[in-house]
Design a protein around this ligand. Structure first.
Ligand SMILES: *Cc1c(COP(=O)(O)O)cnc(C)c1O
Length: 361
């Protein structure tokens, strides 16, 4: 069954581990003797409650989530958090700081402006988001209700290599495209959120890790589905949670543990990315516009500088079994998204393909 699978470099939804898909397939009509699929179960049933609790506990273990934090399994995608964060947090001082280092941070910044006075703490737009600003470049407001940034810029291929120092101001971070790729000191954050479809599970699940004391200050008109306090009090079950995605996340977390957890993953992902960057940097044809200290280990962007040649690369790579390498329309060129589920072998073969293309053209 796995034989005809391609190496899928999609930015999201993206590859899931084959072992996870096969296990989900084996259990799809009758989950562990329940006589039904996880898709058909009441979210209030004992059997589903166990899936839910186990998945949450496995995530807490994988990321060493400390006391005082709550894990929420919500819907609405990472994009819903662009509204949910200010609705719940900005009430404190009516001010917040945003670092805009890419498309999704830009959307979050614009959205937050509806609810308070939002300052641009930093922007990389001056050089088309090809770098991450350093700590000394951040203009921080000590009165901000929170500081917001996006850890990995999926479209531009940049990744923060440090956690900003913000004093007492809580940090809110969009980790949609690099969560579970490395250990993270959760205690440094107020809120971490991530859409699942990049590195965790199918689309439809949004994971939120929130310091509990940050909930409860929502603006009076906050929709009930966007109220962290309600979701915390109801343990994400105010309404029907994305049951199937939560189940798959549990399987992905089992798989992750077998790979050595997030620490094991960090070594692997760094090696995969380094192989690709080395091949790009040493080629005649290809360049990566992102500054070396800001390059993402998850989304590797590269180009030839010639649109026709880029198109040829995309067509030939697709024919050779490497799919979704076409870059985002905002950036052009190519992008290889190499999340946790992309095997080392897929990256090695792509490196060989890039080198052969470089020679032949
Ligand atoms: C994909 C992505 C989003 C948008 O996620 P949705 O779940 O589609 O709303 C937001 N932020 C980052 C960093 C992403 O990669």
């Amino acid at each position: 069954m796995g034989d005809q699978r391609v190496y899928n470099f999609s930015a999201g939804p993206s590859m899931l581990p084959l072992e996870v898909l096969e296990r989900a397939g084996a259990e799809i009509t009758n989950y562990q003797g329940s006589g039904m699929s996880v898709m058909e179960m009441s979210h209030r049933s004992k059997v589903f409650q166990k899936i839910f609790d186990d998945t949450r506990d496995k995530l807490c273990r994988a990321l060493s989530v400390p006391e005082g934090y709550k894990v929420l399994f919500l819907q609405g995608g990472a994009s819903s958090q662009f509204s949910m964060v200010p609705l719940n947090l900005i009430g404190k001082t009516r001010r917040a700081d945003y670092a805009v280092t890419g498309n999704f941070a830009q959307i979050a910044y614009e959205e937050a402006k509806k609810y308070g006075q939002i300052s641009l703490a930093a922007s990389s737009a001056d050089r088309n988001h090809t770098y991450i600003p350093g700590q000394e470049q951040l203009k921080l407001d000590p009165q901000a209700s929170y500081f917001y940034y996006c850890a990995n810029n999926t479209i531009y291929g940049t990744e923060w290599q440090y956690i900003p120092q913000t004093g007492d101001v809580p940090i809110v971070c969009d980790m949609s495209s690099d969560i579970l790729s490395r250990p993270v000191d959760v205690s440094r954050y107020g809120i971490i959120f991530a859409g699942a479809q990049k590195n965790m599970a199918p689309a439809g699940l949004t994971v939120v890790i929130i310091r509990e004391d940050l909930a409860g200050g929502q603006l009076p008109f906050t929709p009930l589905m966007m109220d962290y306090k309600i979701m915390i009090d109801k343990d994400s079950m105010y309404n029907t949670p994305p049951c199937w995605c939560i189940y798959i996340l549990g399987l992905v977390l089992d798989w992750l543990e077998e790979q050595g957890g997030v620490a094991g993953m960090e070594a692997i992902k760094h090696k995969k990315a380094q192989m690709l960057y080395d091949v790009i940097d040493s080629s005649r044809l290809f360049t990566c516009a992102v500054e070396p200290g800001s390059r993402s280990d998850m989304n590797v962007v590269f180009r030839t500088g010639n649109d026709e040649l880029d198109a040829k690369f995309v067509a030939e790579s697709t024919a050779a079994g490497f799919t979704n390498l076409k870059g985002h329309r905002k950036v052009g060129g190519m992008r290889a998204s190499i999340y946790n589920a992309m095997p080392m072998e897929g990256v090695e073969k792509l490196c060989d393909f890039i080198q052969a293309f470089d020679k032949a053209n």
